[in-house]
Design a protein around this ligand. Structure first.
Ligand code: ZN
Ligand code: ZN
Length: 169
């Protein structure tokens, strides 16, 4: 059995956001986001095009004024997943790899998100910061230390030894 320490909650959710970012199809920035309610992931998203449209990674970004028009942001995809499948977002928090843009910040606040956990600052918009203060949204920058990653061995959890042994706590 593994004797690794359990991953702390903040890292647990943020590492999932990082994993989702690896699915991004926009070349501008790879962003991942998970929505969490009562310590449970309720939805996730990464930045990419509308389902069925071309991927930026295949045809290049659709850039206008430095923004990619093709891309739906990770945060929006996570909220839209909730809209599509009928999941309440009120009172949830988001774990997102890069601080949300103004449009996403407005959307998250309006969807009832109460806390923004982020890994990296990214052109933090002054008006977005004003809204965050106005709505008393909690902000938390999450740190994933290098050693937390190097000491984390996914393969340790893929063992099949347990099948013949007695269950352990
Ligand atoms: Zn793009
Ligand atoms: Zn955005």
């Amino acid at each position: 059995m593994t004797n690794q320490k359990r991953v702390p909650w903040d890292q647990y959710f943020m590492m999932q956001a990082v994993l989702l970012a690896s699915r991004s199809t926009c070349q501008r920035l790879s962003v991942g986001a998970v929505l969490v309610r009562d310590k449970r992931v309720i939805a996730g998203g990464y930045n990419g095009s509308v389902s069925g449209d071309d991927h930026c990674t295949e045809v290049g970004d659709y850039l206008v004024d430095g923004h990619c028009l093709r891309t739906i942001h990770a945060e929006m995809n996570a909220v839209l997943q909730c809209a599509k499948f009928g999941i309440a977002t009120d009172g949830s928090e988001i774990y997102v790899t890069d601080f949300p843009c103004l449009q996403c910040t407005k959307m998250l606040l309006q969807a009832g998100i109460t806390k923004i956990n982020y890994l990296r600052n990214y052109h933090n918009d002054p008006y977005a910061m004003h809204l965050v203060t106005l709505k008393q949204i909690e902000l938390k920058q999450i740190d994933i230390p290098e050693d937390a990653l190097t000491q984390f061995h996914v393969a340790d959890f893929l063992t099949t030894d347990h099948q013949d042994s007695t269950p352990q706590q």
